[in-house]
Design a protein around this ligand. Structure first.
Ligand SMILES: O=c1[nH]c(=O)n([C@H]2C[C@H](O)[C@@H](COP(=O)(O)O)O2)cc1CO
Ligand SMILES: [Zn+2]
Length: 157
């Protein structure tokens, strides 16, 4: 009888690759973010990426930053983590203790939202805004609310 395959990818890698796949849908020319929420039974609950709200056509959208807040993408884009939570069609109870896999460390607004949704752990790939005010606030929120966070990497293909 042949033995089982043993060189399978880990759960971490599986969920992070799902987050990366979601990020590939992002139209943001500067930063593409993907999020994948997995429950404690290794089930994917939801995925999301940074994009415009429904009704705001992402083809016509000015994808840049601007001095005038009216024309700055940051004021319109829904973050990947928020989209992953909003895309979920089940009960929010399922998010209790779940892990969110994100390609970029969550901003402080997403940190608050993730905490309030019941997320227990954040696993991230990149932390390119490490040390910025927003990033420090985000880490402060997660720490004070008992949400753990850790970085992982994906092997290059
Ligand atoms: O937690 C996050 N989640 C998320 O989806 N984003 C998105 C919003 C923007 O579309 C983009 C950030 O753009 P930029 O790096 O040009 O400032 O990434 C950004 C963050 C944190 O910075
Ligand atoms: Zn955010």
């Amino acid at each position: 009888m042949p033995g089982k395959r043993t060189d399978v990818i880990s759960w971490d890698e599986f969920f992070m690759r799902a987050a990366v796949a979601a990020s590939l849908r992002s139209k943001d020319p500067n930063t593409q973010v993907g999020a994948c929420i997995a429950d404690t039974n290794h089930r994917i609950l939801s995925v999301g990426y940074n994009g415009t709200p429904r009704g705001l056509e992402d083809d016509e959208f000015p994808w840049g930053t601007a001095e005038n807040p009216l024309y700055d993408k940051h004021n319109y884009v829904i973050h990947a983590e928020a989209n992953a939570i909003l895309n979920y069609r089940g009960s929010l109870k399922d998010m209790d203790g779940a892990t969110v896999y994100v390609t970029l460390f969550p901003c402080h607004e997403c940190a608050k939202t993730l905490v309030q949704a019941g997320i227990g752990e954040v696993v991230y790939l990149d932390d390119k805004y490490d040390g910025t005010e927003d990033n420090l606030i985000s880490k402060n929120i997660l720490d004070r609310c008992g949400v753990s966070w850790r970085q992982m990497s994906l092997a290059a293909e």
